[in-house]
Design a protein around this ligand. Structure first.
Ligand SMILES: [Zn+2]
Ligand SMILES: [Zn+2]
Length: 170
């Protein structure tokens, strides 16, 4: 299976070079929060610098760019965008599971780092646009594409009086 996010770090680990750039792109599946997700196999781009930290550990510094899609929190229509995550993480032969990532010999797999970083940046309350007008809470019409007369009725003092009466009955 092709692993687009695996980088060979043999030269780094043997001291031939101190730092190297890695530019990878590829698709992953299953990166999602409830309101948004990265489409399966959509292109995720990683631009990073890998450098020898202490001993054989390798520090990865860079940016991850990924497209996302979701449901607008106001109108429930489709929302989409591109997220950018800045990362600075350590890979070690014997990682601390809470803090660092595992090196597999000369293979440094950026995939777990990409998954964690992108998941953190996915929007939990996306908007289709900053000016989305949302749905009418009364009739449900999409106010971006249509209009209704609900608002005037809600503001009508006679309706307000009726609401007070209803509240008393409860
Ligand atoms: Zn919207
Ligand atoms: Zn309405």
């Amino acid at each position: 299976m092709h692993k687009p996010f695996v980088v060979n770090v043999g030269a780094l680990r043997r001291g031939g070079v101190h730092a190297t750039e890695a530019h990878c792109c590829g698709g992953l599946t299953g990166i999602a929060v409830s309101a948004s997700h990265v489409p399966d196999n959509a292109e995720i781009q990683v631009d990073a610098v890998l450098e020898v930290a202490s001993g054989t550990s390798i520090l990865v510094t860079g940016t991850i760019t990924a497209p996302w899609v979701g449901d607008c929190r106001r109108c429930l229509g489709p929302a989409e965008g591109t997220l950018v995550s800045t990362v600075r993480e350590l890979y070690e032969d014997r990682p601390d599971p809470e803090e660092t990532y595992k090196l597999h010999g000369d293979q440094l797999d950026l995939e777990p780092l990409v998954r964690d970083a992108v998941l953190l940046e996915l929007p939990h309350a996306p908007l289709c646009s900053a000016s989305c007008a949302g749905l009418c809470p009364v009739c449900g019409i999409d106010r971006n594409t249509g209009t209704c007369s609900c608002e005037t009725e809600l503001n009508d003092p006679r309706w307000a009086a009726l609401d007070v009466l209803r509240a008393r009955d409860d």
